[in-house]
Design a protein around this ligand. Structure first.
Ligand SMILES: [Zn+2]
Length: 312
């Protein structure tokens, strides 16, 4: 009943863009909030049956033409995780649902994002006592999954806003405590090419190394945006026309001038992580996104509706 109400109350001409990062084969004790394949299948089936699910590209075109037969929904993924191709794509194909995959190009073919290096190190630490440079508390007792998650979260929070080299040095020192960190977390070029060949998929730019653009000198920020696009276009032999800002909050992670750089680089639209929905009045270089975190369809749909009406 609530679900039906939530869906029918959205029969207004707004477009909702969902954001995902990973879809795991099974629940991971280090990342218990990441969606699993089982939940993603339930969700995609519901979306396909309740909304017109269109590509982000189509949504941008419709908004530009003031043509919108709401409610419409798009699915997007950020960063370029291998599970997007291996786990999510088969489910999207099963329900013929399109999606856009924003890829930070430097991690393709064996790379690893800094936060994943921390999570994967914390997963592998021998039980015992550890202290990390600049992280509170000064000592962590590693035993169960909760203690490993606690350490990883504390390190990510403490190091997130450090200058890039300083952060990488700290991550490298921490990572050297363990062996065998994974090199298959992100997509390969072969994955990307097969993704780009699927008629349901679009590959978008997400910079080369996933920096916080607002923290960079302008020339470096511009080069990150341009080189990420150039890498993907060279590998895929296709125009890359959509962009997602790393971290993605306007005023904190990217500024108005970065939207100009994105436009000058030849992208036709860009997505943020500010919460909201899109209509014809939305700036195509600051498209908001929102994904409810509930793994329960009723609560998920209620939060989608609340977002639709600006209540969240
Ligand atoms: Zn990202």
């Amino acid at each position: 009943m609530i679900k039906a109400l939530a869906v029918s109350s959205m029969r207004l001409a707004r477009h909702h863009t969902l954001i995902f990062h990973r879809v795991l084969n099974e629940q991971d004790p280090m990342s218990p909030d990441e969606p699993t394949a089982d939940w993603f299948r339930v969700l995609v089936k519901w979306l396909a049956g309740s909304f017109e699910v269109i590509s982000l590209e189509e949504a941008v075109t419709r908004a530009g033409n003031h043509r919108q037969h709401g409610p419409t929904v798009s699915i997007t993924f950020d960063d370029g995780y291998a599970d997007n191709f291996l786990v999510a794509l088969p489910i999207l194909e099963e329900f013929a649902v399109p999606a856009t995959f924003f890829v930070a190009s430097s991690f393709i073919d064996g790379g690893r994002m800094w936060n994943d290096s921390i999570i994967e190190t914390a997963r592998r630490l021998q039980p015992g006592s550890y202290s990390l440079d600049g992280v509170n508390p000064s000592s962590f007792e590693i035993s169960d999954w909760a203690s490993r998650r606690h350490l990883a979260t504390a390190a990510i929070t403490a190091w997130k806003h450090l200058p890039l080299q300083d952060r990488q040095d700290k991550v490298d020192t921490f990572s050297s405590l363990v062996d065998g960190l994974p090199v298959d977390l992100m997509m390969t070029k072969a994955h990307l090419r097969r993704l780009a060949d699927s008629r349901l998929s679009t590959v978008g730019g997400h910079t080369r190394t996933h920096p916080i653009l607002a923290a960079l000198p302008d020339d470096v920020a511009r080069e990150e945006i341009i080189s990420g696009k150039r890498d993907l276009e060279e590998w895929l032999q296709k125009d890359v026309t959509l962009f997602a800002y790393p971290n993605g909050k306007l005023g904190r992670d990217y500024l108005r001038r970065h939207a100009e750089f994105v436009k000058e680089a030849g992208f036709r639209a860009a997505v943020a992580t500010d919460w909201g929905t899109m209509d014809a009045a939305t700036d195509p270089y600051a498209i908001p996104r929102f994904t409810p975190w509930h793994t329960n369809l009723t609560r998920f749909s209620v939060d989608m509706a609340r977002c639709h009406f600006g209540l969240i």
